[in-house]
Ligand binder design. Structure first.
Ligand code: SF4
Length: 336
């Protein structure tokens, strides 16, 4: 089922931490709101469009930004209560909440259940305690795993937010983060490359984040393994905002407007290589996937010349018809 999210970005003062990579104002833009009236206005406005265009979608109001569960139970409930009338009228189906692993426990899980929270997203970044310590996250990898397990135990759809390219997060560490994410059995993952934002601790320390060229192959492998295991990758890369796009906001790192296209092009290139090696001469694909076969900026043009790629509306996205058989790109063994 299609999920439509109505994002509410809460103000930075919700968060007392200073993770070395974080600058909420630059990452989210100056869109934070917190008054009940403002939140209701935003929900009403978004619902108007969603109800018209996607009447059958599962609609979630999502509280992002800062650390949602840092406040008192009363504050948390005050936010959740704003959404209850919409849920009672059947206009909203659930609530999505984003928080830190160390600010989630049994009591908070009960509050969430009482108020129809459907999805919990954890800012994990990495399960490696050395990486977390270097980034001054304030919790270790074990805490992150505990929180994810607790959320799953309570039946919340559970999402993990990972980063790639953080200081001390080698290829091996990142792929181990992917493995642990799969082993935990989470529903969704968001991944974005580490970028150094202005006015952050990492910026002050003169840390340089890796470029896209340094990480894209590793990221492609991670995304492939997640999808092959049935974990949905709901977002790749940072959401572009005016503040992120303004000059001088991103000091270094892979801030790429078409990161998904780039990563999928790498995966589909690997798939094409396998087909060509197996002497497959012709395939048919969904028209929506053709751009991945061609590759970002035509990067797979040399391979497309060697195999006939036809399009067919009847073929599902991420599937390929080879002869009489339809196979899934993400069920092949491209990285084993
Ligand atoms: S906990 Fe989240 S919002 Fe707070 S500083 Fe760290 S990354 Fe930023």
């Amino acid at each position: 089922m299609k999920i439509k999210i109505i994002p509410v970005f809460l103000p930075e003062n919700q968060c007392p931490f200073t993770c070395k990579f974080c600058n909420v104002k630059v990452a989210n833009g100056e869109v934070s709101i917190s008054s009940k009236g403002d939140i209701e206005k935003l929900i009403d406005k978004s619902l108007k469009t969603i109800e018209e265009k996607y009447p059958d979608a599962f609609k979630e109001v999502a509280f992002f930004g800062g650390t949602f569960t840092y406040g008192s139970f009363e504050e948390i409930e005050d936010y959740l209560k704003i959404v209850q009338p919409y849920i009672e009228k059947g206009r909203v189906d659930g609530i999505r909440v984003s928080t830190r692993p160390d600010f989630f426990d049994e009591k908070i899980a009960e509050v969430f259940k009482k108020h129809a929270v459907s999805t919990v997203e954890f800012g994990v970044q990495s399960f490696n305690s050395g990486v977390l310590k270097e980034a001054r996250r304030g919790h270790n990898g074990e805490k992150a795993k505990e929180a994810v397990k607790l959320s799953l135990k309570h039946g919340f759809k559970t999402s993990v937010h990972l980063m790639i390219g953080l200081p001390r997060q080698s290829e091996e560490v990142f792929l181990n983060d992917i493995k642990q994410t799969i082993d935990l059995g989470v529903d969704y993952v968001r991944i974005h490359p580490f970028v150094v934002l202005k006015d952050t601790e990492f910026a002050k320390e003169g840390v340089k984040a890796p470029d896209c060229g340094d990480i894209v192959e590793i990221l492609a492998k991670g995304v492939y393994l997640l999808k092959k295991s049935g974990v949905e990758v709901i977002k790749l890369g940072l959401q572009p905002t005016d503040s992120l796009n303004s000059s001088g906001s991103v000091l270094s790192g892979c801030y790429h407007q078409s990161l998904k296209h780039l990563v999928f092009s790498v995966i589909y290139r690997r798939f094409l290589e396998k087909l060509i090696k197996n002497e497959i001469k012709e395939i048919a694909v969904s028209p929506s996937d053709l751009s991945y076969f061609k590759g970002y900026k035509g990067m797979n043009a040399d391979l497309i010349e060697k195999i006939v790629v036809k399009t067919d509306n009847k073929i599902e996205r991420e599937n390929v018809l080879i002869g009489e058989t339809e196979v899934s790109v993400f069920k092949e063994s491209l990285y084993d």
